[in-house]
Design a protein around this ligand. Structure first.
Ligand code: 6R9
Length: 655
């Protein structure tokens, strides 16, 4: 990491907003003073300005029982009403909500009026299926308009969605369905990826089958979208087709108000243990900060902009910036089902040209893979509609930032690097494009109304030109309200570390430069970041040891040119298996195994078969040393190892 820090500290390029951009910007520099003068008043004003409250709130923040916050606690609203009906009622029903493009090239233009209509019908169907306030509904869908409609219909009923990424396995889906106690699952026969129909319904069937002795699935109904027309198994009485149920339902549905703190969604994310955490978000605070950051960080002019966030709804970025925030702000978006490379590497640029995308929000891993393919590909398209670029998911290295600005942004477009997490719900650190002089590679400053700091292990501010841990020092509206079903884990994971100060511990390392701007340096815990997706070392280790051939396994994140980090596994095999198989064959089998256990994104790039793992005297695996091996470095200090010769054996076996 020290090499990386040196590199970052030498970064002295600066890009001030152009006068034209600043002149037309939604907000100016005064917003910081406004927010800093009284943070709580400021958020109260944002909530009133940006949202419709069925019942106005009088209390902005209740922080009397930290870390359990209540924002706008006595107010009532309906999240879907805010995203849909109010725009239609204000005469904006004909505005396009989504330009949808399927991977095979099918398209649909969906206006706010049409989406509202579809959501009302679906809300009636879900009501019929017994879904009401507080019930959990699992969503396992590709990036198609029905996915967006599902989230909104569930929210409309005051129920709670739990989206499971379509790339996750049946086992991962089962664990999430069970943890949340979902009553209904919404899925599709399949979706299109890389030119092929992938199967989804079959995973739902598997997740709901074979529950074992005495284990009752909570799922009563499965609603199935027909997308690929592949054959599916059918369970009568449980399964129903979307195209039978939804069009036949009434399009009359009045949105009821729910308390601001009514749960909106659970989203599972990897932590430092093998068990994913169900991050819980609620309604009013989440939607306020989502809408506020979308408007200010992306300088949204809703009448003219076309916004495209490339994230899948399986991740928090797809929740906040491909669904809730843009809809709350009445924006027009692009929704694309497939991968950037299909049918050929310029697909995304074609979409930008075709739909006149003005604001483009994606991940550094995508930018780096486009860099590899060469600038000729985007340069063949007309990308002149773009006026703002955004990055999220992992640190963006200065070279990728510059390439993004130069090649995609014609050397003139502002780039905002936005730091946030599933837990924070919305953007926390970012430049404001009409205000901030940007620096390639730095997320820079907290957004107005958010208080963050970089501190040492005791929680003391490190000052400028120093590194430490990133914390939030004050509650923020979109903050997670807990971990589903596990309040102790919530307190332990995020609030124990700096409990005397009451700070939220983000799990990221960061540095302040001489100006006090923040540079994110990656996770400080056993969480990896592969292509912007969070994966836990423990989760993959437990998948590996679940294979009959594995005796022991250790997983680390090794740096990777394209994906940021890559999963690297060190595995000790059971003797008996080595007698009948080759090490190479078993390594390949284990890679595939992790793919089926968790999902393709978790599949290790490398599986090294070794005889031993480096352990301390107390038996802890020293991943730091394995990371040195994975990255081809000189192995660091081995003094605390129980057996100091282990590392030379491992190094030999790997090379
Ligand atoms: C939104 C999202 C969160 C983790 C976070 C950090 C990394 C996200 C970043 C960034 C540097 C950025 N991260 N954005 N690191 N610069 N702009 O990605 O949520 O999937 O929960 O991941 O991603 O390490 O802690 P999530």
């Amino acid at each position: 990491m020290s090499q990386q820090i040196d590199h970052l500290l030498n970064e002295d390029r600066r890009f001030a907003p152009s006068p034209e951009f600043a002149k037309n910007a939604i907000v100016g520099p005064e917003i910081y003073d406004d927010a800093n003068s009284d943070r709580v008043r400021f958020w109260g004003e944002q909530a009133r300005d940006l949202l419709h409250w069925h019942k106005p709130f009088s209390d902005v923040l209740d922080w009397s029982n930290p870390p359990f916050a209540k924002w706008f606690g006595d107010g009532e609203l309906n999240v879907a009403y805010n995203c849909l009906d109010r725009h239609v009622e204000a005469g904006r029903g004909d505005r396009v909500a989504y330009h949808f493009e399927g991977e095979p090239g099918d398209t649909r233009t969906i206006t706010y009026a049409q989406l509202t209509d579809e959501v009302k019908r679906l809300a009636n169907v879900l009501t019929e299926l017994g879904v009401g306030q507080g019930d959990r509904v699992a969503v396992y869908l590709p990036m198609i308009p029905e996915a967006i409609a599902s989230l909104l219909a569930i929210a409309r009923l005051g129920a709670v969605h739990s989206v499971v990424f379509g790339g996750f396995s049946a086992d991962s889906l089962r664990a999430r369905i069970d943890d949340a106690g979902a009553k209904v699952v919404i899925t599709a026969d399949g979706g299109y990826r890389k030119g092929r129909p992938s199967a989804l319904k079959v995973n739902v069937d598997e997740a709901l089958s074979d529950r074992g002795e005495g284990v009752q699935a909570t799922v009563e109904k499965v609603l199935v979208v027909r997308r690929t027309e592949q054959d599916v198994e059918w369970t009568d009485g449980r399964d129903l087709w979307w195209h039978d149920a939804v069009p036949a339902a009434s399009a009359d549905h009045e949105a009821q108000p729910f308390p601001s703190e009514n749960p909106l969604f659970i989203l599972y994310t990897s932590g430092t243990t093998g068990r994913p955490k169900g991050i819980l978000h609620t309604s009013g605070g989440y939607l306020t900060q989502a809408a506020f950051t979308h408007k200010t960080v992306f300088d949204l002019h809703a009448e003219t902009d076309v916004f495209w966030c490339t994230a899948d709804i399986g991740w928090v970025t797809g929740h906040t910036y491909a669904t809730y925030a843009p809809l709350a702000n009445g924006a027009t978006q692009v929704l694309y089902e497939g991968t950037p490379e299909f049918p050929e590497p310029g697909r995304w640029w074609d979409l930008i040209e075709k739909y006149g995308v003005t604001i483009f929000y994606t991940a550094p891993t995508a930018v780096r893979s486009f860099m590899k393919q060469g600038r000729e590909i985007p340069q063949k398209r007309d990308l002149s509609s773009i006026r703002l670029l955004g990055s999220v998911g992992e640190p963006i290295n200065p070279e990728a930032w510059m390439w993004f600005r130069d090649v995609i942004g014609a050397g003139a477009t502002p780039v905002v690097d936005t730091w946030w997490q599933t837990e924070t719900g919305a953007i926390m650190i970012s430049a404001l494009p009409g205000v901030t002089e940007t620096k390639p590679g730095s997320a820079q400053v907290p957004v107005p109304g958010v208080a963050i700091d970089v501190v040492d292990e005791k929680g003391d501010h490190v000052g400028n030109d120093a590194g430490g841990l990133l914390v939030a020092t004050e509650p923020w509206p979109a903050m997670l309200r807990g971990i589903w079903g596990d309040p102790d884990r919530f307190v332990d994971t995020y609030w124990r570390m700096f409990s005397d100060k009451g700070y939220y511990f983000a799990g990221d390392g960061a540095r302040r430069d001489a100006d006090g701007d923040v540079w994110l340096l990656g996770r400080v815990d056993d969480v990896m970041n592969v292509s912007g997706h969070r994966l836990s070392t423990a989760e993959i280790e437990s998948a590996l040891v679940a294979h009959e051939a594995t005796a022991e396994a250790a997983v680390v994140g090794g740096s990777d040119e394209t994906t940021g980090q890559a999963v690297v596994a060190f595995v000790i095999l059971k003797e008996s298996f080595l007698k009948t198989n080759t090490a190479e064959g078993l390594a390949e089998e284990l890679r595939a195994w992790v793919g089926t256990q968790i999902g393709a994104i978790a599949r290790p790039r490398d599986v090294y078969i070794v005889d031993e793992l480096p352990k301390t005297r107390s038996g802890k695996i020293m991943r730091r040393l394995l990371r040195d091996v994975a990255e081809g470095r000189e192995v660091g200090d081995t003094q605390t190892l129980a057996d100091t010769s282990v590392m030379s054996v491992i190094t030999k076996q790997v090379r």
